[in-house]
Design a binder for this molecule. Structure first.
Ligand code: G3P
Ligand code: MG
Length: 242
């Protein structure tokens, strides 16, 4: 088993997170996959951005949910990171899927619906992945476990996983119950016994966010199915060195 290296929000240490330049860089650096965060605009367009508010990563203000896609498209999502990225815009899920058509990277689409529910986001994302024939190479995750349970009730043709920063053991019984593919946990929760317990329950374990060679190597040695990293090049070197 080779541990999958997902570029967390793209190659987000160097390039502005969740933007096309960050995805491009991740691809160039040899990431196996892209992890990205999805929210819905006021007019129901799935866009890739981490925070519910625009302030931190764009020159806009207010909530994603209150803006139309046309409004969001005007914003600069690159300058905050580095003036070099001025003019970079917030991508849509379609932008990522189109870009990936000739690259075939694995995708972890994280539904950012634990603050606002974004009713219907599960089906919007599922339908997009189906449109681009990406169901088999994608996994949907969320900190909103009700949303993941919702997917489990109507959908068996895509992998879905529970995300959590705490109580990893409870996650295993719940994950088994809803037939999740795996659990995506904060790195500090990782242990050998946890991996064994998860595997005994047919669940994989993936960890976020690992950027140091030593922690990346430990995650790989312990048998993590995947890691999420801001520095895919570092992760690839660490994996190659084992
Ligand atoms: O999907 C793993 C990781 O991205 C979850 O946390 O806050 O970085 O989206 P966050
Ligand atoms: Mg995320």
């Amino acid at each position: 088993m080779t541990t999958i290296i997902y570029a967390h929000r793209g190659a987000s240490k160097q390039a502005p997170e969740n933007t096309m330049p960050a995805f491009d860089l991740a691809y160039q650096q040899g990431a196996d996959g892209i992890e990205t965060d999805v929210q819905l605009t006021k007019d129901n367009i799935p866009v890739l951005i981490h925070d519910e508010k625009l302030q931190r990563t764009t020159n806009g203000k207010g909530y994603i949910k209150d803006k139309t896609y046309q409004e969001l498209k005007q914003l600069d999502a690159g300058s905050w990171k580095n003036p070099f990225y001025q003019g970079t815009t917030i991508p849509t899920l379609d932008d990522l899927l189109k870009w990936n058509q000739d690259k075939h990277l694995a995708l972890n689409i994280e539904l950012k619906n634990n603050v606002f529910a974004y009713q219907g986001i599960e089906r919007v994302v599922y339908n997009k992945l189906a449109d681009y024939q990406m169901l088999e190479k994608s996994v949907i995750s969320s900190f909103n476990h009700r949303s993941i349970q919702h997917i489990s009730e109507w959908q068996q043709s895509i992998d879905y996983s529970l995300l959590s920063g705490k109580k990893a053991k409870d996650l295993i019984s719940y994950g088994t119950h809803i037939q999740a593919a795996g659990i995506h946990i904060r790195y500090r929760l990782l242990s050998g016994p946890l991996i064994k317990l998860a595997q005994a329950n047919q669940l994989y374990v993936a960890v976020y966010t690992v950027n140091m060679p030593a922690t990346i190597k430990r995650a790989i040695r312990l048998g993590c199915h995947a890691i999420f990293t801001d520095v895919p090049q570092v992760a690839k070197q660490a994996r190659d060195s084992l």
